[in-house]
Design a protein around this ligand. Structure first.
Ligand SMILES: Nc1ncnc2c1ncn2[C@@H]1O[C@H](COP(=O)(O)OP(=O)(O)OP(=O)(O)O)[C@@H](O)[C@H]1O
Length: 317
């Protein structure tokens, strides 16, 4: 039973807890048929935003709507949006099936739906087992199953990949992508880009309650300045030729290579050829999304880029 498009719209959303601004003027939309990653480091305001979307926290200003309505105005919200906000408290001595039946009755859907959603998350064979004995990955699947009970148009999951092993992450990815392909809407939060990189179509990256980037992950990658590392026979001559060609972002590395920003390898090689400089090696740097993510979200690095050619050991934070 779906009474709308499944569009999530967050507009100029702000939440102030006393002197703490948890969310500041946040805007984004999530369209049906896509999986959107809601990314940011711990404390960035992700959970607060999702709680406002789900009617659990009142915005200080701005709006968060599903199908154009705030949560409390959705007729039968359990049928419109399924959500998992935190690692769920499961009654350890209750079977998976019974746990789901309790929730099914709470949102007014038939008992049979419990077995239906267990099938969807691959837990049919564990239906009669106590949830207390489930692995973390199985509990995450149970949480997703609970969110699916009302056959919702919109799925909102807070850190669903948290604690999942690679197999669990692969399962989640396939599941969410096929759910979205049915024309439904999926919004998942994570503080780790790598965890959801393969799953999401677009991302909303937040830091300190504000949007840092909103759009397809691929555009983010493309926006980053490329760098070319070149090993020339004469660094000085190539640097001069590149400057004459209008390239200013050059740096000589201690190992004798030249790092050139904002051009591709072909342009550098052509310039070297014209200047009569031999090229012994040339390499284009692949933009590392994880590093881009850290640059966008780490306040520490907000005002300046890190020393360009230092080898990064174990991330930026
Ligand atoms: N009920 C509350 N009272 C006061 N401050 C709060 C409350 N809820 C959240 N905050 C603060 O708002 C900010 C954003 O928190 P939030 O939990 O939304 O971030 P998050 O991005 O979900 O982080 P995490 O990944 O750690 O869950 C933090 O500074 C947090 O301490």
């Amino acid at each position: 039973m779906h009474d709308g498009s499944g569009l999530i719209a967050v507009q100029n959303l702000t939440k102030q807890f006393g002197s703490v601004t948890a969310v500041q003027n946040l805007s984004f939309t999530v369209s049906p048929g896509s999986v959107t990653g809601f990314l940011g480091p711990n404390g960035a305001g992700k959970t607060t935003t999702l709680r406002m979307l789900l009617g659990l926290v009142k915005p200080t200003s701005g709006t968060a709507t599903i199908n154009g309505r705030p949560f409390h105005q959705l007729g039968r919200p359990g049928r419109v949006v399924g959500a998992v906000l935190e690692a769920q408290g499961f009654h350890p001595n209750r079977t998976a099936r019974n746990h789901l039946r309790v929730y099914a009755s709470a949102i007014g859907v038939p008992d049979a739906q419990a077995d239906q959603v267990l099938g969807l998350v691959g837990l049919s064979t564990a239906a009669g087992r106590n949830v207390g004995g489930f692995s973390l990955g199985m509990k995450q699947r149970m949480a997703v199953a609970t969110a699916l009970l009302g056959d919702p148009q919109v799925l909102v999951l807070d850190e669903p990949a948290n604690g999942l092993d690679p197999e669990g992450i692969a399962w989640l990815r396939n599941f969410l992508q096929s759910f979205a392909r049915m024309g439904r809407t999926v919004l998942i939060s994570s503080h780790l880009l790598a965890e959801v990189e393969q799953t999401v179509d677009q991302v909303v990256i937040v830091s300190r309650g504000q949007t840092m980037y909103y759009g397809p992950l691929e555009h983010l990658r493309q926006q980053q300045q490329r760098r070319v590392f070149v090993q020339p026979s004469d660094v000085g001559a190539l640097a001069t030729a590149l400057r004459e060609a209008g390239v200013q972002a050059l740096e000589q590395l201690p190992d004798g290579r030249l790092a050139v920003s904002g051009v591709d390898a072909k342009q550098v090689a052509d310039t070297a050829l014209r200047a009569g400089v031999s090229v012994y090696g040339i390499q284009e740097e692949q933009a590392d999304l994880e590093q881009i993510f850290f640059r966008l979200t780490s306040g520490q690095f907000a005002g300046h880029a890190p020393a360009p050619y230092q080898q990064q050991q174990g991330g930026w934070a």
